[in-house]
Write a protein that binds this ligand. Structure first.
Ligand code: DON
Length: 571
């Protein structure tokens, strides 16, 4: 019965997508049903996926390929790919070792708690979203070099070849690239560095198929190829970044850039129905939230309720609601705040936290606060990609500028956009950020602190064997979407394409609503949820994910989200 519901819903969903939400794009490839024997890559852009494949064919491993994808995305997906942003990497080496790399941005050393408030103490959202103050110190370049030094095999200049070529010779814009650049003209025209790159010199609009050449970016990438970290964090590029900061009223200094370091962290680990999940720890909230939800629903046997039945959506929404309430209160940068992580990850705490779950009725979010733990006084503008190589090394990277095209400020002369990640801080307790997330003191702005994230690159194993590489974009919806992709695979046996195409829903405690994708819910499911007391908000799509699933024979099947223009390739 539940299977019929999935297929019905899936078909309806795909029909509507393919009929008018999809933009025709010769380079886009939703999913590839071919199981590859050796290596496979799923990313948001065909040029970037190809850059990774080229790197594998030069003899590189999954880490080398992932780094090549990251740098290529900085050229071919300017709204999210970046060198002026940051992110997280989950890595599983062929020998079974699992590692998490945090290359999240940091607040500049001259950041202050009130930097986004006016003289009356009122939050001014514009300040944390556009212009100089919006940017954290970028972590991407240090993160990639750190991963290469520890686990890569090829020289940086070889890995950077495809990105440099794409920047210098240009690449063809898709419809969605052209549309994205055109609809951001007003913001780009405020900043000279951005205007030069992203507005056409003749004043006309961009069109699909035109070539975007980024010469300054090619030169920045060449400096990185030649000098490594110093090609970005000191010398000419650093000077250009700080000059731009000063023109735009930012507070970043040369010393902030020189001092930036990515951090290797222990993954958050959870067991669920014979599988092990390796998830991103703080300053990402993804691992803690997913782990809490797993503990809350484990005793309840969600698979018996049928994927996307009203019972399933109710169960998960109630768990998401409680876990997000904890996230927003307790979580922040582990180097700055003391967090009750052991408790939050313990089965006992979560069973207790879910003890008031009523299968028949929604608990209003107003009645749910964070858990009582003694001692303790988050558009589609991020991008995720997954890579598995022939030896079984696996990499999941989620990377972002935060909002679409970040702060909209491109560093003049260096040719890349700076992030607006400062908006992920809680600018003022109780005031929502651009994703409607309400934060607390744990995520307040402090000098050199990392802002809390929802990015959730995740690796799943079974019996010590690689089973799934997952992750996505979409602010807080990343957590709930990645969670649902994993459940679709682990509980309902879907293949990669089915898992990723299945309709999604989202609940983040506040606002108190289940967000669902348009045309995704049969009428009776929606009515059942209303009857239980849920209000439903309909949006066009939720999150974009890129997953790889490995079967018991080692076949690698990958999918790129049909909600975006991603690309899968392998051999
Ligand atoms: O780190 C975070 O949670 C956000 N900066 C992610 C932003 C994002 O996913 C925007 N795109 N959809």
């Amino acid at each position: 019965m539940s299977r019929i519901t999935i297929n019905h819903t899936l078909l309806l969903f795909l029909f509507f997508f393919t009929s008018f939400l999809f933009v025709p794009d010769s380079r886009a490839q939703v999913a590839d049903p071919i199981p590859y024997k050796n290596a496979v890559i799923s990313s948001a852009d065909a040029y970037a996926t190809q850059a990774g494949i080229e790197t594998l064919q030069k003899g590189g491993n999954a880490i080398d390929a992932a780094i090549a994808v990251q740098f290529a995305l900085a050229v071919t997906l300017p709204r999210a790919g970046n060198i002026g942003g940051g992110g997280f990497m989950m890595l599983r080496l062929a020998n079974g070792e699992i590692k998490a790399l945090d290359f999240r941005e940091k607040a500049p050393s001259r950041a202050t708690e009130d930097m986004f408030l006016d003289e009356n103490g009122t939050y001014v959202p514009e300040l944390s979203r556009t212009g100089g103050l919006a940017s954290g110190v970028p972590g991407t370049v240090d993160g990639m070099i750190s991963a290469l030094e520890r686990h890569g095999t090829l020289p940086l200049e070889v890995i950077l070849e495809p990105a440099i070529r794409l920047a210098r010779e240009g690449f063809q814009l898709t419809y969605s690239h052209a549309e994205g650049l055109n609809s951001n003209r007003d913001q780009f025209s405020k900043f000279e560095g951005s205007e030069k790159i992203f507005l056409r010199a003749d004043g006309a609009l961009w069109r699909e198929g035109q070539i975007l050449i980024q010469t300054d970016l090619a030169e920045t990438l060449e400096r990185i190829a030649l000098r490594g970290r110093d090609g970005f964090y000191s010398g000419y590029t650093a000077r250009l970044i700080i000059d731009e900061q000063q023109r735009q009223g930012g507070r970043m200094t040369l010393r902030d850039l020189r001092n930036y370091e990515s951090v290797w962290r222990n993954p958050t680990r959870a067991e669920f129905k014979g599988h092990e999940l390796f998830m991103m720890p703080p300053p990402s909230s993804g691992g803690v939230v997913m782990s809490q939800v797993l503990s809350m629903i484990d005793g309840i046997n969600p698979d018996s309720t049928g994927v996307n039945s009203s019972q399933y959506i109710h169960l998960l929404s109630e768990a998401f609601r409680r876990a997000f309430a904890d996230r927003n209160y307790f979580l922040g940068d582990p180097d700055f705040v003391s967090m009750p992580i052991d408790t939050l990850l313990s089965e006992g705490y979560n069973i207790d936290r879910f003890s008031d779950y009523d299968p028949e009725s929604a608990t209003p979010s107003s009645e749910i606060s964070h858990g009582q733990i003694s001692g303790f006084a988050e558009s589609n503008e991020t991008t995720h990609f997954s890579v598995v190589d022939a030896d079984g090394n696996a990499v999941a990277i989620t990377t972002t500028l935060n909002g679409s095209y970040g702060s909209h400020v491109a560093v003049d002369g260096a040719g890349f956009l700076m992030n607006n990640e400062m908006d992920d801080f809680s600018a003022k307790p109780g005031v929502p950020n651009m994703f409607g997330l309400i934060g607390a003191e744990a995520n307040s702005v402090k000098p050199n602190k990392r802002m809390l994230s929802s990015m959730s690159p995740t690796i799943v194993t079974r019996d010590g064997q690689l089973k799934m590489v997952a992750g996505g974009s979409g602010g807080p919806t990343i957590i709930t979407a990645v969670f649902q992709d994993i459940m679709n695979e682990l509980l309902y046996g879907m293949n990669a394409t089915e898992a990723i195409s299945s309709p999604r829903f989202h609940h983040q405690w506040m606002p108190d609503q289940i967000v669902v994708e348009r045309f995704s819910l049969p009428d009776d499911v929606q009515k059942n949820l209303n009857q239980k007391g849920h209000s439903i908000r309909v949006v066009s799509t939720l999150a974009r994910t890129h997953i790889i699933v490995i079967d018991d024979d080692g076949n690698r099947t990958a999918a790129a989200d049909p909600r975006g223009n991603g690309s899968v390739s392998g051999y």
